[in-house]
Design a protein around this ligand. Sequence first.
Ligand code: SAM
Length: 247
Amino acid sequence: MNTLDNLFSEYGERAYIHAKRTYIPQFMSEQNRQVADAAEEVLPKGGTVIYPGCGTGIVLQLLIEHDPSLLAIGFDIAEGMIRKAIETTDQKIKYFTGDAHSPPERYNSVADAVLLKNSLYFLDPEVAIPMIGKLLKPQGHLILTTFKSLDPGTLKDRLWQRAIYDTKTRPAEEFMRGDISEEQLREVTGSVDAEIFYQTQLLPFIRPPLPLGGLAEILHANSFAGMEILDMGHYADTMYLVRAQKK
Ligand SMILES: C[S@@+](CC[C@H](N)C(=O)[O-])C[C@H]1O[C@@H](n2cnc3c(N)ncnc32)[C@H](O)[C@@H]1O
């Protein structure tokens, strides 16, 4: 059955989005780095980070490379994503399959940082943000990405163009310049199929962008004090990175 979790499991198997890849398309790698930087700024050494909708766990891998004493926990609704995460990231990272609308209560109030990268728009924010917020300790930080309030058609066009450029044209240019190897070029060329799969099968599940004002209201109602907003120019100019601290 074509449910969201099945489709993401399949995407996780085919796509270029896992840590053992030798070439990760630029818009993805830049965005992973931006989210990891925002988390590193607030995570204490040996702290705890939880990542609902972690996909293949790349950001947790970046964080644990930076601080091997971190307790890193990721979960995702798609079993295939979790399989890939376990296969391709550090064995110290804990993973399980689970729904961001109902994280296990045993993780309440344990996290110094909770990440929500590129998955808020698949969730019901009124339900997921309060539940994910519960995972944080007082003064812990929620770090999330959210679409700018573009109309869905423009959003789709921009993402599509950037994704195809980054999985096809850019690698060819880099190869011609001698910046990447033939092996890397072959690896990313196969990723175009994964991108088409995402654009055709998964984009229909994306909810209309949540305006920043609406997000601020939800955060405010759930004991978050204000929010910092960073314009993530890299991601086809479609995203904000938001960091909010729990009271
Ligand atoms: C676009 S992917 C992003 C993956 C990862 N966060 C990243 O940025 O590399 C969206 C992820 O959200 C997951 N997801 C969607 N709905 C979910 C839910 N209700 N609970 C947990 N994960 C969910 C999908 O399975 C998928 O792995």
